[in-house]
Design a protein around this ligand. Sequence first.
Ligand code: GCW
Length: 671
Amino acid sequence: MEQKWTKLWLAYPERMRQENLEIVTKIHASESCQGDRLAVSAVRELTAGITAMGGKLPEVIYETVCEQCGQTGEGIYLVLAENANIGAEGYRLNGTGRSAVIVAKDTRGLLYGAFALLRHMSMGETVCEPSETVVPVMPLRMLNHWDNMDGSIERGYSGQSFFFVQNEIVINDRTGDYIRYMASVGINGIVINNVNVRGRANELITAELLPKLQTLSCMMQDYGIRLFLSVNFAAPIRIGGLESADPLDPAAIGWWKSKIDEIYRFVPELGGFLIKADSEGNHGPYAYGRDHAQGANMLADLLREHGGIVIWRCFVYNAGQDWRDKKTDRAKAAYEHFVKLDGQFRENVILQVKNGPMDFQIREPISPLFGAMKKTNLMLEVQVAQEYTGHQIDLCYLIPLYKEVLDFQTYADGEATVEEVVSGAKYGNRLCGMAAVTNTGDDENWTGHDLAAANTYGYGRLCMDPSLSAETIAREWIRQTIGHDAEVERVILDMLLRSREIYENYTCPLGIGWMVTPATHYGPSVNGYEYDHWGTYHRADHLGIGVDRTSAGTGYTMQYNEPNASMYEHRETCPEELLLFFHRVLYTEKLKSGKTLIQHIYDTHFLGVEQVKEMIAAWKTIADKVPERMNENVSERLDRQLYIAREWCDQVNSFFWRISGIPDEQGRTLY
Ligand code: GCW
């Protein structure tokens, strides 16, 4: 039966270079690899990949091999050398003329090395070419699924869940492929269920469902991935029948203890829990006058003996703001809730912080928490799912955004970029890394928009090696997924690399965010959130727009270390792309370009629409060079993007024209 899902970047169409064909007929693996689940996966992947790319089924020989064997021998060498001078999970890959040698000191490193070799071959290189030593930079490289057990996916734009159908756990060939694809880019932890734990998902940690989770966990373990679960802080009440989930109440603690012991009896390799507490209606320690450290530590103490960890989200805010109140600022919430607790969390607790202080807008400053929690394990949360960035209808390559976040200088204890904080380089911790709300579902192409898979791929690659450029990652993805045609590569690369700016051009100007349709978060609604209780306001009137977050306003700027605080505080030094996030600006004020604010808004919006048209024209020039299914998918998405870009442009521009009375200098049509 034909497979109903695409192979993404592991498609391996027959494209092996002739010189490779002669070399890759044998795989020599260290004897100690035999029987090791990760090494076996490495061999399996190499065998399958080589065969698919047009090679013969390679012979696998387990024998004594060393790094030097490749000098004289021929074929692929998988060398497990416990005292090799390579970091944990890392590998060294060297082409030596007639051989490719992968050395690692653990078998997870061998697996990553095997996928790396396949990547190079699939990109059209000879096996003698690659020479690289890679040690994953982020210790934890996680995906967060917001999948519900009824099969829906919160903020999912690629169909339904492939983990859950009608309140049951599904495990099939597709699950297996998904695990392979994610492991190939280095993912080592997956949370399979939504952080909003509702309905049947409460029962995931019961004896009825745990056996299936064990099967899933085993499949993941074969590829170096640990299974994690989102759990409900109110579980003692929901499924335990207790009256309280107070983290200091002996009855609640006792319930959790036996629950956690039970969970680990079924799933001994479980990574731990992800928890959203006291936010957007979720129960948490505040209900009992306790703080987040008390809540997280209670679970951490019980998980520790099983090697489990608690990942506690910092997306905590009061969703009941009065829009008239100009002093309260949602952007300040995470910092206010958590900084005072720095140093109080257990060693096996990680705080997971969204990249920005609000919520995954197309442009936000970097969360000040990264520069403020010096005695706490931190993890960066980004969103690959395009909730506010076009629902995988609009093209939006997000790797440049993630890189901006990682490169941000927090000035914590002198100097530290976000990358240094969350990779552990700054404080020497190992429980840290990155998590991404993922964008996959059961659509045939996994990600709704074919090109949105570049974000899935790129996220993993970036966790492995944040020094990779957004361009390199995009090229890798194109070559493996679509092929080696230079013109196809040039056009798609250009589309991907410009896409974030284009999306920003026709949507929310200069960091203001939130002009989206409420609830769905797709398409424009300039005032949709303006008089609501979510703390998300643009404050536009007939004279100007923007939120004063300086010390004279909400005081948010003061949450940054110097010199960042001063940089944002003053209009002259505030990065212009964030101007309206930090400052209220009159429409007639001039920007660095010499244009007035209002003219900038008009121009960027009209430009954004033109740029979408350019992308469509560019795509048409390569349409017959990409697979037909992909062309249909991308063409359809681009048409929808143009439609919505026009809506955005006309609604936003007409709004500002009506409210300000200032005409467009170029006299274009406003409504
Ligand atoms: O962005 C908001 C989303 C919610 C989501 C929440 C969160 C899972 O609109 O759907 O809930 O963030 O991150 O918890």
